[in-house]
Ligand binder design. Sequence first.
Ligand code: HEC
Length: 213
Amino acid sequence: MTAGQGFRVGGVAWGCLVTVLAVASVVAPRVLADDGDRDGDESRIRRGFEIAPVSLNLAGKNRALVGLGSYIVNAKGECNGCHSAGPQTQFGPGGNPYFGQPEQTNPATYLGGGRDFGPYPGPASPTHIVSRNLTPDHTGLPIGGDTFEEFRHTIRTGIDPDLLHPNLPAPFNGTLLQIMPWPAYKNMTDRDLRAIYEYLSAIPCVAGPGHVC
Ligand code: HEC
């Protein structure tokens, strides 16, 4: 290799590096801006307040956790899809997005539970599994008076604190929640679980069997 070639090769390499740096400096900020998360939790907290479908009682609550919890519950967890009374009452009249209507959540059933998932585990089963009321009751604590520790234990272990369907046939384990997607939710951070709990503490009570507002 002559000195001239070496220079040319070096020149090409240097040119590539300059090009890579130039492209990176143009592309990197756009990638960051596009993912909309430069401010960490802030954008999720803001969005959480925008999408909360009911009025929130923020008295004595950690505002940031309530907003983040709303984001997790309403944008990611789809909690109300199962924890409203059923598909017919989940949305207000004329507010069903699956019908192409502008979405309107029904506050009277929001996270109030009562959806019957039918005979479980099969058509002949006498057991009906029904979603639970997650709203605060007269104690002010959500899920009918659960402490955060109780809530965290439920999500992390899947153990049904109310033991409402203990007699499922093997291999089903009736001490565990069977419909609730706790195997995924159990992987959430403590902060995310805290946020869900704080949000559930801030939503209005929906009265139901054994659930006094
Ligand atoms: C696929 C439907 C489904 C989704 C989605 C769902 N749940 Fe559930 N959940 C249930 C059902 C049904 C039960 C009760 C019975 C069972 O699963 O065996 C339950 C039970 C629970 C319990 C136990 C209640 C108690 O008495 O302590 C908690 C807490 C709970 N869900 C919270 C949530 C939260 C918070 C979300 C969203 C992040 C959520 N669930 C999403 C179906 C669902």
